[in-house]
Design a protein around this ligand. Structure first.
Ligand code: KPL
Length: 297
């Protein structure tokens, strides 16, 4: 049986670890230096129905990277490259799966580990960290994986155990399109909720109608520039559905800002601004600057 090694036991990483263990999968957590010498406690996962589940995982440190057979990277986008740099002993046939918000990281990982099968994915489960080893699963979502390089194409079967554990997981050869669709939603919801200090659902209040209309149009224009064919109306309908489904959640960027952590703004809005080139995207730009201003230095 493949052991899943999770790098990044934040909210979502811990939920995925718990759901995989519940399905009988072997799971290890790749821990950072600050955990060395500490007792490795069980994770406490609060399930969707409010039940506590203790999750036991095997601790691993960077020098044990030679033991990793499948690496699921669930850190924040801005942590991925630094976290992977130290894994000198990672076998070249170990698939690396990147499951973070935002884009622009896979290219750097590919340069760092050119021989490893590289898979990227999008995951829309809701999760919230409530304490050091305490995490709450707040919403069921979809997970999509797809290949970045030819070596990854042989790993479509990884979606099967993930689907059994997470309720939904599929393989797509057009993962770039799915990443763009998720990026577009994040580029609207995340900076707006973070800057206005609101839950996702509050974006549907009339006071946000005008900004939502303009921002969704700007983001859609960049998506068209990137070759996506979804119409503006369809994008707005999809956006509205995500807002409704996650109405009571605080977005990940809201949680990051509220807790004084860096945000993924460079990999979400920053990525879009870079791709916008000469397109006018004033609201995107303003939100980018505002989130950067409020982020810790
Ligand atoms: O992915 C999300 C995030 O918070 O990062 C959404 C879909 C906006 C849900 O909160």
């Amino acid at each position: 049986m493949t052991e899943w090694t999770i790098l990044g036991a934040g909210a979502l990483g811990s939920v995925v670890a718990g759901l995989l263990r519940r399905q009988g999968e072997a799971v290890s957590l790749l821990l950072s230096e600050r955990h060395r010498g500490h007792l490795h406690p069980c994770l406490d996962l609060v399930t969707l129905v409010g039940r506590h589940q203790l999750v036991d995982t095997r601790p691993l440190f960077a020098e044990q990277a030679g033991q990793i057979s499948c690496l699921l990277v669930m850190t924040k986008a801005y942590q991925v490259v630094a976290a992977l740099k130290g894994l000198h002993r990672l076998p070249t046939n170990t698939p690396i799966i990147l499951l973070h918000n935002g884009m622009g990281v896979a290219e750097q990982v590919q340069a760092l580990y050119p021989h490893n099968p590289l898979i990227v994915g999008v995951c829309s489960h809701g999760a919230m960290k409530e304490g050091d080893w305490l995490v709450r699963h707040t919403g069921k979502g979809e997970t999509w994986l797809g290949p970045v390089n030819p070596a990854a194409k042989a790993y479509a079967d990884l979606a099967r155990p993930l689907a059994a554990a997470l309720g939904h997981a599929k393989w797509s050869e057009d993962i770039l399109g799915l990443q763009h669709r998720k990026l577009a939603v994040n580029a609207v919801i995340n900076p707006l909720t973070a800057c206005h200090d609101i839950r996702n659902g509050q974006l549907l209040e009339p006071r946000f109608a005008a900004v939502l209309e303009q921002l969704s149009e700007e983001v859609h224009q960049v998506m068209v520039q990137l070759g996506e064919t979804e119409s503006l109306d369809d994008f707005r309908r999809r956006l509205r559905k995500v807002i409704e489904l996650t109405a009571t959640n605080y977005s990940s960027m809201h949680q990051d800002l509220a807790q004084g952590r860096p945000t993924e703004i460079d990999h979400i809005t920053g990525y879009l601004l870079a791709k916008a080139a000469t397109l006018p995207v004033p609201v995107c730009r303003q939100l980018y600057q505002e989130v950067r201003r409020r982020s810790p230095a």
